[in-house]
Design a protein around this ligand. Structure first.
Ligand SMILES: [Zn+2]
Length: 185
């Protein structure tokens, strides 16, 4: 059962090309994991932000080994480096949609949306500039709105990235991903 949502950043640049499959490749090839360490990612693709599928929710993650979070935490990665700049409001909003959906599905409390660094002090996730409190607020707002409208917060568009779409990001290469984080069990 999932009790927490653990928020990360990828430490890579959120460039115009897609990083998600490059992160997946890195986690698989360089780290030797069976799949990308996170359950979901948020990334700008072309002009909008998309929620991307990582490993299955039924699968133990590889994103935060502290407090058994790989097992009970849903790992969500905001693609980019938010140590130096804030993510855009659109990106945080997209993340709130996902969080509200997960909170409703698994009955997770909004205060259990936590940053990786709160458990692993040697990490900066989700970045020193990341507005975690805003993410919680927007999530609460969305959950309340769903209740008011008598609709579920679980209506969500999630993109499954196929390997083929990763073609144009080859030029990003591994150099950009050397510092990609993720945390094996
Ligand atoms: Zn992290």
């Amino acid at each position: 059962m999932k009790t927490h949502i653990v928020i990360h950043h990828s430490l890579t640049e959120d460039s115009r090309t897609m990083s998600w499959n490059a992160i997946r490749k890195y986690h698989k090839n360089a780290n030797g994991w069976r799949d990308i360490g996170y359950h979901f990612g948020i990334e700008r693709i072309d002009r909008s932000y998309e929620i991307l599928m990582g490993r299955m929710l039924t699968d133990t993650g590889a994103h935060c080994k502290e407090m058994g979070m790989n097992r009970v935490g849903i790992g969500v990665c905001f693609v980019g480096n938010y140590d130096y700049l804030e993510p855009s409001i659109d990106m945080v909003y997209e993340g709130a949609k996902l969080c509200a959906c997960m909170c409703e599905l698994f009955n997770i409390k909004v205060e259990n949306i936590i940053g990786h660094s709160s458990l692993a002090t040697y990490k900066s996730c989700p970045g020193k500039m990341f507005p975690l409190e805003l993410l919680r607020k927007l999530t609460t707002k969305r959950l309340l709105k769903a209740v008011t409208n008598g609709k579920s917060a679980t209506r969500l568009r999630i993109v499954r990235v196929t390997e083929k779409r990763s073609g144009d990001q080859r030029k990003e290469g591994f150099q950009n991903l050397r510092r990609t984080e993720g945390d094996a069990p």
